[in-house]
Design a binder for this molecule. Structure first.
Ligand code: SF4
Length: 189
């Protein structure tokens, strides 16, 4: 299947690389116009860590409810270039569309379960990436702030995050150029 056809068929059913499930933020690349992207509504900021880079957070401010990108024609380089493992397999004709859609559905269901459990634990911070929300819940639990019911929910949450991560690491993340897989729901960043 050609890339444009595969993207239309799969990505509009998915959105996992934009909604805070696969990534916590996106780094700008040389050639990206930070000022223009800010004017388009992306909250680009310099995040200081091991090196200062301009990034914008996920879930993406330009992601629409129907999984379309509000700034598609002007989206940054990373967003133009990224193809997850499932999309790559379909483009290479190693996976049929039906199987790809089933994987996407399964991953979305697992992410939904994680969000439900976070809400039950009192986390309403839907604007944050899933990994950040899970780490906040874990800190709360490790600080001894959880009663028995919350501890049980946290156990269910840990299992749900693990199940999501197994699927995303097996099928969605890629190792381009030998680079390490990006952070996921339980990972860093
Ligand atoms: S995770 Fe893959 S299939 Fe889903 S929107 Fe991103 S590129 Fe498309």
């Amino acid at each position: 299947m050609n890339p444009a056809e595969a993207t239309t068929r799969l990505c509009l059913e998915c959105g996992l690389c934009c909604d805070g499930v696969l990534f916590s933020d996106v780094e700008l690349q040389p050639g990206d116009d930070a000022r223009q992207l800010r004017a388009l509504g992306l909250p680009v900021a310099v995040k200081r860590g091991t090196r200062a880079v301009q990034r914008f957070p996920q879930p993406c401010a330009a992601l629409c409810a129907d999984n379309r990108c509000r700034i598609y024609d002007d989206r940054p380089a990373r967003c133009r270039e990224f193809e997850c493992g499932v999309l790559k397999e379909v483009i290479a004709d190693r996976l049929d569309t039906g199987a790809a859609l089933r994987l996407i559905h399964q991953a979305r269901q697992r992410a939904k379960r994680v969000r439900e459990l976070l809400r039950q634990l009192g986390d309403q911070e839907e604007h944050l990436p899933l990994g950040t929300r899970f780490r906040q819940a874990r800190r709360c639990f490790e600080n001894g702030a959880a009663d028995a019911a919350a501890a049980e929910l946290f156990g269910e949450l840990t299992l749900a995050v693990h199940q999501l991560n197994v699927l995303t690491h097996e099928r969605f993340y890629t190792r381009e150029g030998g680079a390490a897989a990006p952070p996921s729901a339980t990972g860093g960043s």
